[in-house]
Design a protein around this ligand. Structure first.
Ligand SMILES: Cc1ncc(C[n+]2csc(CCOP(=O)(O)OP(=O)(O)O)c2C)c(N)n1
Ligand SMILES: [Mg+2]
Length: 421
């Protein structure tokens, strides 16, 4: 499964892991200065997972991060200042100061769906994004992450089963860091490998060392290619360890010292530096140059974030609820004829068919009082122009008229019943 990487790819993986760690280190400082307004979570020791998996995606692909996936945001192109400002609830932040953690996305440019706090809920959402991409013929892959704890939620199972039956081009990364808050994984799942859960959905899975960025990237690249080729969803279980507490407030004294020591000796960045040095891809001066670039970048980004104002009080009520077009436009657009994206032409095979389905006939052979969507009918004409086979009248109007006739009849019948009493 090991893929040959170019020199640039090796160095990119290193740069993004270092950037991931440096951004989070900066935020710890900001937190201790009381400048972070919400909770602060850490991906210390898990950087290889966020970076290695998201680096396997193409620009057009979609991702939805969870709390320990700042590395994936950076790889996708989110500038560090946005992450700082978001956590400081500044007015120039992606949510204009409405949120104090990482709940932001970018649907238009970077193709990032905002995190959802309810664990597991991003799975059906991203399965849906993957399916939407397929309907539109975009050949995209959607990716999200889940923890060992989150993999025991109902929606994890529902979502993965749904994605599997739909053969959605979707990659789910299960970060098994051995702890869900203070619960060790062994006390909540009777499995050694959480990847075994996929057997229940008939889908493929990989198990990787989550502290080996090349192994993570290679597995992710293969999974993304297979999902894109129409093989359906794939789960990657990355074995790792949560080095700090659940969030800044949690000293995690419940974690055995030997366990922590074992994993601290397997720091993904230190391990990768050793590999890059032995492969002659990085030397002391190259490392120094990267460190200086990161220092300069982060000093600039932090300064920008600190100088951004807090949101003006009078805007507290705005942007809370969707107000229609001035909030966001719904731009549903069929880029391919419906016939091409529904069985038998779509990549999801029809397992059964109903004769006449989609022709406007009900199962009894009469006109069905339904049509397909408001934009197009099954034959590609706007619904308002669709003619029923019988009398040439628009299908929807026939249904309305028939219903109106029935109401009149019922009203007459009850009036005559009343008169008889
Ligand atoms: C459905 C749901 N239940 C509980 C929580 C509260 N909660 C947030 S994070 C967390 C622990 C998650 O552990 P895990 O999935 O292993 O992720 P990790 O924190 O280790 O990255 C819990 C219980 C939640 N957000 N959503
Ligand atoms: Mg966990």
């Amino acid at each position: 499964m090991k893929k040959e990487l170019t020199r640039q790819q090796y160095l990119d993986l290193y740069y993004y892991m270092r950037l991931n760690r440096a951004v989070e280190d900066t935020m710890v400082k900001l937190f201790r200065q009381n400048k972070i307004v919400g909770g602060l979570y850490s991906s210390l020791g898990q950087e290889a997972i966020s970076v290695g998996t998201s680096y396997a995606l193409e620009k057009k692909d979609w991702l939805a991060p969870m709390i320990r996936n700042i590395g994936a945001l950076l790889v996708k192109g989110v500038p560090p200042r946005d992450i700082f400002m978001q956590h400081m609830a500044k007015y120039d932040s992606p949510t204009k100061g409405k949120d104090g953690t990482s709940h932001f996305g970018d649907l238009d440019n970077l193709h990032i769906v905002s995190p959802i706090s309810m664990l597991g809920d991003l799975i059906p959402v991203m399965a849906g994004v993957a399916m939407a991409g397929r309907y539109l013929g975009q050949k995209i892959v959607a990716m999200t992450w889940i923890g060992d704890g989150g993999s025991s939620t109902g929606v994890f199972h529902e979502g993965l089963n749904f994605a599997a039956t739909q053969k959605a081009p979707f990659v789910l990364v299960l970060e098994n860091n051995l702890w869900a808050y203070s619960t060790p994984v062994r006390r909540q799942v009777p499995l050694e490998n959480l990847a075994d859960r996929t057997k229940a959905y008939g889908i493929e899975s990989y198990i990787v060392d989550g502290n080996d960025v090349v192994a993570v990237y290679s597995a992710a690249k293969e999974a993304v290619e297979r999902a894109r080729a129409g093989e359906g969803p794939i789960l990657i279980e990355a074995k790792t360890f949560r080095r700090l507490g659940h969030a800044q407030h949690d000293p995690a004294e419940y974690v055995p010292k030997e366990m922590r020591a074992y994993w601290e000796a397997r720091d993904p960045i230190t391990l990768y530096e050793k590999l890059l040095t032995s492969e002659k891809l990085l030397d002391a001066s190259g490392k120094k140059e990267i460190e200086q670039n990161l220092d300069t970048l982060l000093a600039r980004e932090r300064e920008f974030a600190e100088n951004s104002p807090l949101p003006p009080g009078e805007l507290a009520e705005t942007g809370v609820y969707c107000t229609g077009d001035e909030c966001h436009k719904i731009r549903a657009k069929w880029e391919r004829p419906i016939a091409e994206v529904t069985p038998p032409k779509s990549s999801v095979a029809a397992v059964w068919t109903i004769p006449g389905f989609g022709s406007g006939k009900g199962s009894g052979g009469t006109n069905a009082p339904i049509h397909f969507g408001d934009t197009q009918t099954a034959v590609g004409k706007p619904a308002s122009e669709a003619k029923s086979a019988n009398d040439g009248k628009p299908v929807a109007k026939v249904a309305v008229k028939a219903a109106a006739k029935k109401t009149v009849k019922t009203a007459r019948a009850s009036a005559s019943r009343k008169a008889r009493r």
